[in-house]
Design a protein around this ligand. Structure first.
Ligand SMILES: C[S@@+](CC[C@H](N)C(=O)[O-])C[C@H]1O[C@@H](n2cnc3c(N)ncnc32)[C@H](O)[C@@H]1O
Length: 283
């Protein structure tokens, strides 16, 4: 099965394990809410009559909203124009830094997308003043043909998605009814993605966030709304006990996901390094 790849390389994206998680997703969904949507790899690949994609990171949500507003073809034209205007290439560090300084003054979402395309590891990194501060992706990063194609593939589907940007606690869950589906892919307590450490200019993720999320999932479950929660239960000898206890007490189902399937020998040799990715469902 061919999956749609989001036109960005979002930290913690689920593209590599899409097949494994989709296997457990429900069929015949009216509304799908991707409450921690990130780069939207999961939203783009989940069939539903309606989609809402939400993330506290409004920078990424604003990029998708701008793609919708301009239309993909027009957005690509604007991207190409900006690249030419600013003379951005894989080698031109000065141009990248000048453009980054310009973006931080003007904050146009398409400019942020272009900046990200030429940045180190294609990442969204912000300081606490919400200034983009990812360094130049010398010799490696550019708006290449693969990204262009991935962006083009969104034409015809991105228009249908409703984008929102709020803390998961503030989302209006009354929009959901019995039979709808919520996918939750929060930051993981045990691993440290850079959205976890405050470096992206957003507050981190801690035990209270984890507990608040379980409470919301329980509330949805009681209303007959289906959910799937991605997480990591074990990492480098540590266990997410609150997650495992909650799952057990509620009798939700737990499915093991093989994230490192292309690297299993290494992990069987040293089980202390094992990272166990899981999917918890209430159906
Ligand atoms: C593991 S990533 C999601 C990746 C996504 N599933 C993908 O495929 O790209 C977790 C996301 O949760 C978001 N996030 C962190 N705290 C949040 C909060 N309190 N409310 C809503 N979103 C939050 C982060 O900005 C990040 O995009």
């Amino acid at each position: 099965m061919q999956y749609i790849k989001a036109p960005m390389n979002y930290i913690g994206n689920k593209y590599r394990i899409m097949g494994q998680i989709q296997k457990w997703f429900p069929r015949n969904v009216d509304l799908m809410v991707d409450i921690f949507c990130g780069g939207c790899d999961v939203t783009f690949n989940t069939k539903a009559r309606e989609h809402i994609a939400n993330d506290i990171n409004f920078f990424v949500i604003d990029i998708y909203k701008e793609f919708q507003q301009l239309g993909i073809a027009q957005a690509i034209k604007q991207i190409d124009r900006t690249i030419n205007e600013w003379k951005l290439t894989k080698e031109n560090k000065e141009a990248y830094e000048r453009f980054r300084e310009y973006y931080n003054r003007t904050k146009n979402p398409i400019d942020l997308y272009v900046l990200m395309c030429f940045s180190f590891n294609y990442q969204f990194r912000f300081n606490t003043a919400h200034e983009y501060n990812n360094p130049f992706g010398k010799a490696r990063s550019s708006f290449n043909d693969v990204m262009r194609e991935n962006l083009m593939k969104l034409q015809g589907s991105i228009e249908q998605i409703r984008y929102t940007s709020c803390d998961f606690r503030e989302f209006d869950y009354s929009l959901m009814k019995t039979g709808d589906f919520l996918y939750a892919d929060p930051p993981y307590l045990l691993t440290c993605g850079s959205y976890n450490d405050g470096k992206r200019g957003f507050k981190g993720w801690g035990e209270q966030d984890e507990k608040d999320l379980y409470e919301i999932l329980d509330m949805l479950s009681e209303k007959g709304i289906r959910f799937a929660l991605s997480n990591v239960s074990h990492h480098k000898g540590e266990k997410n006990d609150i997650l495992l206890r909650w799952r057990k007490s509620r009798k939700y189902h737990m499915h093991k996901i093989n994230f490192n399937y292309d690297n299993c020998n290494y992990h069987t040799r040293n089980s202390n390094n094992l990272t166990q990715e899981i999917l918890i469902t209430n159906y």
